[in-house]
Structure formats: structure tokens, C-alpha cells
Design a binder for this molecule. Structure first.
Ligand SMILES: Cc1ncc(COP(=O)(O)O)c(C=O)c1O
Length: 385
């Protein structure tokens, strides 16, 4: 692999993954790993899902990609499916390739409509890889909610709170990431989010839900913002909607769609509204709906969370938090985290290592027996530590 530049900031730990099946990966020596990270939180239905693979094969044999002036029914059909599960009746969708692109397009649409140029986000949002997102020094207002975590009004956030008084009135859009928190899985209080939404909206801003990680059932609802009783103007969807195939969506409300009809907007990319990506998205949604997988993520996720919370000993494991199938296990320190990650990998379990914390984001289809054996292995590793 020496010709491949690895600039992800993550060490390559298994060089020869040769086969996959559901939550399982196999290396060339035949060792089996349970992938509790779902790739980069993408394989919502598990690796090599036969229904998605079948849809890819059928679509690729018919039409995979066309120019801007041509299309195929599957794109319209997939858009209807996305709008239906996101509750955006009468809205519209654009299919793209990555989560970063979906957020970028939502942001551009918002700026086009509001004619304002400042984005707002929470201090611990990741957003994506575009430089406009990573450089927060210009045209951003970053709302720091650390202090709110210890607020005595915690889930009864008051609009007259000092913290909320310095939100500028020239915000174009509030990009809200409902719980991924740069990968650290923190869930901002619902009342605080509702207040932020109300304040920016009263000044004409749009609300964009960044559902790249939290969408498509990850938190036990279709979307992470469903836990907040807010209605975003635009939703950026990625990762899980492609089950590992690079497709993403910017979806918008009927109102935003009508505004765009009045103020035409131009944006183009080579793989915009590709039939192949749309076929994948449609199949993923059909499979989730057909197998009631959102409910499964909620229920099986709650059981897993409760079992992992029993391992909190205040010494090695200091906290376990999560929603649905998005769970974080917080360790005493980085050295402990690295050690436990190594031991889990040796035992055949892949988790997302963030140093002093690891994440568990299994496919919505994961076998419950695999989750039980993981919890047992983790418990033994912690006991030996
Ligand atoms: C919350 C969040 N937003 C956006 C992105 C960017 O998505 P992508 O890597 O598909 O461009 C990520 C990627 O990890 C993410 O976790």
C-alpha cells in the first residue's frame, strides 16, 4: 500500500480486508472482525447487502450516469422516497456524492435566499471537509454551548439567558448537527436548540440539519433532529443512505423549493442526480422501511446502551452515552483508550477509536448475538486492565 497516501490521520490497522458479509469483515488469513464502526459510519445495512448490491447491478446494466439534460425515472422515484421519510412533502432533492457536498449545497442555497453571509454552528460540529467549513475564522458565528452543559436550567433553556443574547442578526443559516459532535457523541439540550432556531429564524436565517452521520436511522429515528421537535428548511444526508456507495442528498422543504422557483439558483457537479446513486438511495430506504429497521435501531440500541452502561466503573470506563445505534464509551484517558482499542481489535471487534473515547455505530441489521459477545469481551478486557 506504499503508493497510497494515507492522510486521514488514522493509522492503517488491517491492510488486507478481502471479504465482507453484513457486520463481518475477513482478512486474507481468514480472521473475522465484527465491524461496529460500519466503515466510516456508512454501511447502515451492513457490508455487501444483497438487496443494495442487486439494485446496483440492475442499475449499472441499464444507466449509471447521464449528462445534465437527461435523466431516468429512478432519480424522481428516489427523491420521492427521501422526501417521504424526511417529512418534506412538496419539497425537492438534489443527489450528490459526499456528505460534505450535501452540506455545501444546502449552505449555498441558504445564502442565495437570505442574501446574508454568516453561518452559525455549535462549537463542536464537524460539518465536513470543505475549507469553508474548516476555516471558522471568517464568516462564522460559533455558538459555544459548553457552559450550557452545567446550566441549572439545562433542559429548560430560557430565551432571556445571557448566552443567547450575543447571537448576531446577520446569520444566513444555522447548521445543526444533532449529536455527532465531531465524533464525540454529545446531544445538545432540546430546549437550547429550539431557542437557537427561533432566534435565528426571527432574523430571516435558514436552518440546515446536518444529518450526514445522524440520519438514516442511526439514532433510532429517521433523523437526529427528530429528537428536537424542529423543522429544518434543508437537510443534508450522506453516509448511511449509500450503504458504502458514495451518494448524498440535499433535501429541502416545499417553502424553500418555492423560494428557489422565485429566485432561480444554479449549481452543477458531474455526479449530480446520477441514476446509480439514486438507485442505491431508493433501495436503502426501501429496505429500512420494509424491515422496520428504525424501530430496531431504537430498541436494540437501547438494550446495548443499558448493557454497556453497566460497565461504567468510574475508573476505566467513565461514561457511556448514546441514542439508538450511535454510542460512545468514554475511557479514563487516551492511553487507556488506545489499549482497549488494541485489545478489542485483537479479539476481532472494530470500534471507532477517538483516543479517550470509542464509538460504536453498528449496521442497523446487526445480529444481537454479536452485540452480546462484544459486550462480554469488552467487560473481560476492562476487568483485566
Ligand atoms: C457530522 C458530519 N458531517 C459531515 C461529514 C462529511 O461527510 P463526507 O465525509 O461524506 O464528506 C461527516 C463525515 O464524517 C460528519 O461526521
Amino acid at each position: 500500500m506504499s503508493s497510497v497516501l494515507n492522510c486521514t490521520g488514522h493509522e492503517l490497522r488491517i491492510q488486507d480486508v478481502v471479504r465482507s458479509d453484513g457486520a463481518q469483515l475477513f482478512d486474507a488469513a481468514g480472521k473475522r472482525y465484527i465491524d461496529l464502526e460500519s466503515g466510516v459510519w456508512c454501511t447502515s445495512l451492513g457490508h455487501g447487502d444483497a438487496r443494495v448490491n442487486g439494485a446496483i447491478k440492475r442499475q449499472i446494466d441499464s444507466i449509471a450516469h447521464v449528462g445534465f439534460c437527461y435523466s431516468n425515472d429512478v432519480v424522481e422515484d428516489a427523491a420521492r422516497s427521501v422526501l417521504s421519510v424526511s417529512g418534506l412533502t412538496g419539497g425537492k432533492c438534489v443527489f450528490l456524492s459526499s456528505g460534505s457536498e450535501a452540506i455545501e449545497l444546502a449552505r449555498r442555497i441558504s445564502r442565495h435566499l437570505t442574501k446574508k453571509h454568516r453561518s452559525m454552528t455549535l462549537h463542536d460540529s464537524y460539518l465536513g471537509s470543505y475549507s469553508s467549513f474548516t476555516d471558522r475564522s471568517r464568516n462564522w458565528f460559533v455558538f459555544d454551548w459548553k457552559v450550557c452543559t452545567t446550566c441549572r436550567h439545562n433542559d429548560g433553556c430560557r430565551k432571556d439567558c445571557e448566552q443567547l443574547q450575543n447571537i448576531p442578526d446577520d446569520i444566513s443559516e444555522f447548521i445543526f448537527e444533532p449529536g455527532s459532535s465531531s465524533g464525540f457523541v454529545r446531544f445538545p439540550p432540546a430546549s437550547m436548540i429550539r431557542n437557537l432556531v427561533e432566534i435565528v429564524r426571527s432574523n430571516g436565517a435558514k436552518v440546515i440539519a446536518n444529518e450526514v452521520t445522524t440520519g438514516i436511522g442511526r439514532t433510532g429515528r429517521w433523523f437526529g433532529h427528530d429528537h428536537y421537535e424542529i423543522e429544518p428548511d434543508l437537510i443534508a444526508i450522506g453516509k448511511g443512505i449509500g450503504n458504502g456507495y458514495p451518494v448524498s442528498v440535499t433535501a429541502m422543504t416545499a417553502h424553500t423549493t418555492a423560494q428557489l422557483a422565485d429566485k432561480p439558483f444554479k449549481y452543477m457537479q458531474s455526479h449530480q442526480n446520477d441514476p446509480l446513486g439514486a438507485a442505491v438511495a431508493r433501495e436503502v430506504i426501501r429496505t429500512i422501511v420494509g424491515n422496520d429497521l428504525i424501530k430496531r435501531a431504537e430498541l436494540v440500541g437501547a438494550t446495548l446502551l443499558a448493557e454497556l452502561q453497566e460497565l461504567v466503573d468510574g475508573d476505566t470506563i467513565v461514561d457511556v452515552r448514546g441514542r439508538g445505534f450511535m454510542i460512545a464509551v468514554e475511557l479514563r484517558d487516551r492511553a487507556t483508550g488506545d489499549h482497549i482499542y488494541d485489545e478489542l481489535l485483537d479479539s476481532g471487534y472494530i470500534v471507532c477509536n477517538r483516543g479517550s473515547l470509542f464509538r460504536i455505530d453498528p449496521p442497523l441489521t446487526i445480529d444481537e448475538a454479536d452485540l452480546r459477545s462484544f459486550t462480554r469481551s469488552l467487560s473481560e478486557i476492562v476487568r483485566r486492565h
